[in-house]
Design a protein around this ligand. Structure first.
Ligand code: SAM
Length: 251
């Protein structure tokens, strides 16, 4: 696929998320509350970059962007605030190396609002920045019902970030967006001329009300000096014989 034949809907849910990650990511990766579907990363990287180019993810979580980039022969750089998740990124990158990937990946643990300083030697070199913002305290992580028949108390696990103040997930939405804008501005300094920023984001509910987070992300990105070129839908469901195949999700 390349940009000239880019469809507006990406068939990224043909396989269930756990099947997409099986054997490609270390099992502990499951404890991250909000991961990007590997097929979204792979398709976006394939469309917007060529082998040997650099892909950056300033909020890389378990390293989905880095792993998929290196499997596609691209190089990657990532930042992640949480030491636990940064460790998972390192483990996943190492796992990819053990599988013979040709791309190289580097990463730093810290606050990505400083990314242009941390990766100063990469300024003007990235073909693609691919990332997704945290969904604040609204993540559900893993959910279990209290009884087999349902109706019991709902238990949540793996749904919290650390208490670190630099994690944007702890901020009210306007401040989360402000921090995200600072990160995007820093990433803009890493982009080469003509480079692309791709952000995966979906609407969320706050206090029962639907919030247009994608719209807020677009406004934030434009304020950071970026120009909107595409808005794509990445399917979480599958497509079979012209029909949708639902993938159950607590979301
Ligand atoms: C939606 S998750 C990204 C998941 C990632 N795409 C993946 O597939 O694993 C957002 C991540 O941003 C991280 N984060 C929050 N604030 C940050 C900051 N100031 N600097 C760097 N990372 C941050 C969170 O810890 C979280 O892992």
């Amino acid at each position: 696929m390349n940009e000239s034949v880019l469809p507006s809907v990406l068939a990224t849910g043909q396989l269930q998320s756990r099947v997409q990650r099986r054997g490609r990511y270390v099992a502990e990766s499951m404890r991250h509350p909000v991961k990007m579907l590997p097929s979204i990363a792979a398709q976006v990287i394939s469309v917007f970059t060529e082998p040997g180019e650099l892909v950056v993810d300033p909020m890389c979580g378990i390293g989905t962007t880095l792993v998929e980039a290196t499997h596609l022969g691209r190089h990657a750089a990532g930042m992640e605030y949480e030491a636990d998740f940064a460790g998972l990124t390192a483990a996943n990158v190492q796992h990819a190396r053990s599988q013979g990937v040709t791309g190289f990946a580097r990463m730093a643990c810290g606050d990505a609002r400083n990314i242009a300083t941390v990766f100063a030697n990469l300024r003007g070199t990235a073909a693609l920045v691919l990332t997704s913002p945290p969904y604040g305290v609204r993540t559900h992580g893993h959910v279990r019902c209290g009884s087999r028949e349902g109706g019991g108390p709902v238990g949540k696990s793996n749904h919290r970030y650390s208490k670190g103040k630099g994690n944007l997930a702890h901020r009210p939405l306007p401040l989360l967006m402000e921090g995200f804008g600072q990160i995007l501005a820093g990433c803009g300094e890493l982009l080469r001329p003509g480079g692309v920023v791709a952000i995966t984001v979906r609407p969320i509910r706050v206090g029962g009300r639907l919030v247009d987070l994608p719209g807020q992300v677009i406004e934030t990105a434009e304020a950071a000096g970026l120009v909107l070129t595409h808005r794509l839908a990445a399917l979480l469901c599958g497509l079979r014989d012209g029909r949708l195949v639902p993938r159950a999700s607590f979301f």
